[in-house]
Structures are given as structure tokens and as C-alpha cells.
Design a protein around this ligand. Structure first.
Ligand code: ATP
Length: 219
């Protein structure tokens, strides 16, 4: 199978980080920014770096943008440019468009005009940090949809030595333990009778309100 081709528009902190990471994984990446200095900084890191204004349809067409499998729009401040760029990419027939949004309203507009995925890096990172601050046992919190999330919860205190049957998380909180992690090892079919050990991490999926109850029960 041919390697996927990525283009990233906007080399701010977020866009350049996405571009660098994809490049590091061995993918071909086209980095685009209106600011020549930004593209120059990326030129030794990604396959191609070009300066162009992404609100200029002809410029995007000339770059052959529709031949890319995925285009990431990482323009935050200039909402108008972000929306126009997304619209043009959609019109040109780019198969997958991911766009970074600054606010819920910005995100709503992006979804309406056809962005395939809208990402809120600041909001999501803030949420993850808040959950960890509220309960240090929560190592990570990932939103799956407006109603559902996944959380990583450290086995500690009253959980140690119990098994999943005794904890009964499904019946008590309506959440599901999908996996138990220990370091880099992931047990994706945990048995109800296995004793939990200090240092293990439960990977739990559930409705957000139920996960909050679970977090409160094991602070
Ligand atoms: P960060 O990821 O650093 O938080 P941000 O959300 O603040 O970034 P901006 O700094 O507004 O986003 O924009 C990111 C980059 O996008 C900048 O380098 C800017 O030059 C570039 N950019 C803005 N508008 C356009 C455009 N129309 N065409 C191409 N690049 C653009």
C-alpha cells in the first residue's frame, strides 16, 4: 500500500508539531505557511515546505493539494482564514480534512462546511490536565464524543488486591474496564478474577457523568 501523503497548513506551535511528528514517522509531509520564515524553519524537517496563502484557491490548486490524502489546517488566530481554507479544500475534493478550532463556535462552523475532524488542542489538553489535578490517580482523560470518554486510572489504595469482579465497576458506575496496563504491557482482555496490583493502570470507557462518579469514588 502506498504511504499516505500529508499536507499541514499553518506552522504555528500545533501545526509544526504535527508536521514534525508525521515526518519523524517516515511520512511525506508538505508544510505550508504564509510566512516565509516559518516555512524556511521547516524546510530541513519535512519533505517540502512552501510559502503560500491558503485562502488563495489557485495557490492551493497549483500545489496539487487535492492529491494529498489528509490535509491538516492549523490556523488558529485568523478564524476567517481557517474557514476559507477549509471551504476551498472541501471544494477541491481533499478526502480528509482535519482542522484545529479555537472555540466551540469556530468548530461548529468548520463541521458545517465539511471538515472531517475538528480538533481543540487547548481545550482537550486543559481538560486532561484538570482531571489529573483533581485526582492524581487519573493519568489521562481522552474525550471520545460529547458524551463519552476514556480514562486511565492508577490502581491505588482500596483497589489494590481486589479483582474486577469485586470492584464491580460496570454495575456500580456503568463504565467498562477495557484493558489493564503495566508499563508498556497492555492486557486487553483482563479477567474478572485477576488481582489488581499497585502500579497497574485501568483503561476505562464510559459516559462522562459516570466516569466523574468513578473518579470521585477513588480520589
Ligand atoms: P499555535 O499552534 O502556535 O497555537 P495559533 O493557533 O495561534 O498557533 P496562528 O499563529 O494564528 O495560530 O497561525 C499559525 C500559522 O498559520 C502562522 O504561522 C501563520 O503564519 C499561518 N497562517 C495564518 N494564516 C494563513 C494563511 N491564510 N495561509 C497560510 N498560512 C497562514
Amino acid at each position: 500500500m502506498a504511504k499516505k501523503q500529508y499536507a499541514v497548513i499553518g506552522m504555528g506551535r500545533f501545526g509544526s508539531s504535527v508536521a514534525k511528528a508525521l515526518s519523524g514517522m517516515g511520512f511525506d509531509v508538505l508544510a505550508i505557511d504564509a510566512d516565509e520564515q516559518r516555512t524556511q524553519e521547516m524546510s530541513s524537517i519535512v519533505t517540502h515546505a512552501v510559502s503560500a496563502d491558503s485562502t488563495d484557491e489557485e495557490a492551493l490548486r497549483a500545489l496539487g493539494i487535492r492529491n494529498f490524502d489528509v490535509v491538516v489546517v492549523a490556523i488558529g488566530e485568523d478564524i476567517q482564514a481557517s474557514i476559507l481554507t477549509t471551504l476551498i479544500l472541501k471544494d477541491l475534493g481533499v478526502p480528509a480534512i482535519l482542522v484545529k478550532a479555537k472555540s466551540e463556535l469556530h468548530g461548529k462552523v468548520l463541521s458545517k462546511i465539511g471538515a472531517d475532524k475538528v480538533i481543540y488542542p487547548e481545550r482537550d489538553m486543559g481538560m486532561r490536565v484538570a482531571h489529573h489535578l483533581a485526582s492524581p490517580n487519573i493519568l489521562d482523560y481522552i474525550e471520545l464524543s460529547p458524551d463519552y470518554s476514556i480514562l486511565d486510572m492508577k490502581v491505588s489504595g482500596p483497589m489494590v488486591g481486589k479483582n474486577l469482579q469485586e470492584l464491580n465497576i460496570r454495575a456500580r458506575f456503568g463504565c467498562n474496564v477495557m484493558a489493564i496496563r503495566q508499563g508498556d504491557e497492555m492486557n486487553i482482555s483482563p479477567r474478572p478474577e485477576d488481582r489488581l496490583m499497585e502500579g497497574e493502570v485501568l483503561v476505562i470507557v464510559g459516559r462522562k457523568d459516570n466516569l466523574t462518579k468513578l473518579e470521585m469514588a477513588y480520589p
